[in-house]
Design a protein around this ligand. Structure first.
Ligand code: COA
Length: 479
């Protein structure tokens, strides 16, 4: 047997020798005229992975964003290596600097957790000198990102025509609440988007009111969509040489994340949604996708079940999925081996009308274990479950710290704080998370080193009032 194996190994070796000869021959051939070698790309870098710079090195962002949706987008781009120059109103800055303040006199966590890895310059964009500085920034940067209220950028004089004329390569990326239509002029915040994008009407319990979710799918979700659009536009620009408008409406972003509910809306025309527990309970469906409580969305029945300690710990729960292939393992675990063959329980369709009592029985078992014990036991049998992790548990989770998803950074006025690092991990573009900038921290640096103003010009700018706060504090400071 061993001899045989040796023989076949020699054969393989001989074969691969022949193959490599062939490769050498192919290499020597002149590349076809139509297929450029390497598709026009540079030679693969010989630097070790992670040492060849970052994905967006060299991309310069004129970051005109505020609150959450826009800053989420530009923070992600900054994590990827883009130089984000955040323009803020002198003396006020992004309104979130002062919102939900937990440390007196220091920038709030709302601001610091959304503006890491950026530089801050203060410019009054309505001041003539401020406009001149902005023009230089437009010429210098690749992308302008903004999420002002509809029309605000135009009112500053920064229309698409003006920007495109000043720098035809500039990409202008915007978040607004709605796309063109009846609501296009409306100001929009997170929960408005959740409600108008189809998330709220499909979240919550059937017998209760619509519910918004804690995950900021309207703001951060749309920021993420915009970042994707910007990267695509940057790539297209390598062929066309010109910029374009990139637009993400919060309603559209939420709908994109809620698309399975629009799927269900259409399925309703062909009969009830059998995986919804409402079906098993014999409650008729209306004309629109209903709220499904904690039903599992993927057609694999699931529910949130109590675990040991639920009486005092609001997060002592686990999400439990009764996936068909592991049904027998579930029956054994919960002490119901007879369900494996009982025609009322053995097959998924038979279980649908009984889901409520099935989950109640499983819960009798989960209540005897902590959520982490349930997780450990179930995973040994490939049963998909998810412990309900509190934010406290997530903040303390070692593996999230190890991967850089939760990062501690130091800040000169507020001290150490936790932030969320880059949720996208790349093998050749390693993210180093840096603290958020103080208001106007980089104003002089950007004016002189990036935009080339002389020391004399800098003094003139300083006295012009374009980068300094007006005498009276602006209204927004009180917020
Ligand atoms: N210098 C001078 N003026 C500045 C400035 C600067 N550096 N930065 C902003 N401003 C001005 C704007 O020009 C605008 O003035 P105008 O109304 O006279 O044109 C003003 O500040 C307020 O901007 P606005 O965007 O209207 O802020 P707001 O606090 O009233 O509204 C939102 C906030 C979020 C509701 C609104 O910006 C919006 O709907 N944005 C789009 C959707 C969105 O992103 N929502 C989610 C936010 S998380």
């Amino acid at each position: 047997m061993a001899k045989k194996a040796k023989k076949s190994k020699t054969k393989v070796k001989a074969k691969s020798k022949a193959a490599s000869k062939k490769v050498v021959k192919l290499k020597a051939k002149k590349p076809a005229a139509t297929a450029k070698a390497g598709n026009g790309l540079p030679k693969p870098s010989s630097r070790p992975y992670g040492a060849a710079g970052k994905a967006l090195d060299g991309v310069k962002i004129l970051d005109f964003t505020h609150v959450q949706s826009g800053p989420t987008c530009t923070q992600l781009l900054a994590y990827m290596g883009a130089d984000c120059i955040k323009v803020e109103r002198p003396g006020v800055g992004d309104i979130t600097r002062g919102q939900l303040r937990d440390v007196k006199g220091a920038d709030s966590l709302y601001f610091t957790m959304l503006n890491g890895n950026k530089r801050s310059i203060t410019i009054d964009s309505k001041h003539p000198k401020g406009k001149e500085i902005l023009e230089r920034l437009i010429k210098h940067c690749d992308v302008l990102v903004e999420n002002f209220a509809p029309g605000a950028l135009d009112r500053m004089g920064l229309t698409w025509d003006y920007i495109h004329k000043t720098n035809p390569r500039m990409i202008v990326a915007s978040v607004k609440g709605f796309g063109p239509g009846p609501y296009e002029d409306c100001k929009v915040y997170e929960n408005v988007a959740q409600c108008t994008g189809g998330a709220a009407s499909t979240t919550g319990f059937r017998e209760g009111p619509p519910l918004v979710t804690g995950a900021q799918i309207g703001d951060s979700g749309t920021g993420l969509h915009l970042a994707f659009g910007i990267c695509a536009a940057l790539y297209q620009r390598t062929r066309t040489g010109r910029g374009q408008k990139v637009f993400a409406a919060m309603q559209d972003g939420v709908l994109n994340l809620a698309r399975v509910k629009l799927r269900d809306q259409q399925r309703l025309a062909h009969g009830p949604l059998t995986e919804y527990s409402q079906y098993g309970e014999g409650i008729p469906f209306g004309s629109a996708t209903p709220r499904a409580g904690n039903d599992s969305g993927g057609g694999q029945p699931g529910w949130i079940l109590k675990c040991k300690g639920w009486e005092s710990d609001p997060d002592a729960y686990i999400y439990f999925i009764t996936q068909a292939p592991v049904w027998e393992a579930i029956c054994d675990l919960i002490g119901k081996p007879e369900w494996k063959t009982d025609p009322d329980y053995a097959k998924p369709p038979a279980r649908l009308p009984r889901l409520k009592s099935i989950f109640a029985t499983i819960e009798e078992w989960t209540k005897t274990k902590t959520k982490f014990e349930v997780m450990d036991i179930c995973n040994q049998h490939d049963i998909p479950v998810g412990p309900i992790l509190s934010m406290k548990e997530i903040a303390e989770e070692k593996s999230l710290r190890d991967t850089g998803t939760v990062v501690e950074v130091d800040h000169p006025t507020r001290g150490k704080y936790l932030t969320v690092g880059n949720p996208v991990k790349m093998s050749d573009s390693v993210t180093e998370v840096k603290r958020s900038p103080l208001l106007g921290e980089h104003t002089e640096e950007i004016l002189t080193k990036v935009l080339g103003y002389s020391a004399k010009e800098l003094e003139e700018i300083k006295t012009s009032g374009a980068i300094t706060p007006p005498d009276k504090p602006a209204k927004a400071e009180a917020a």
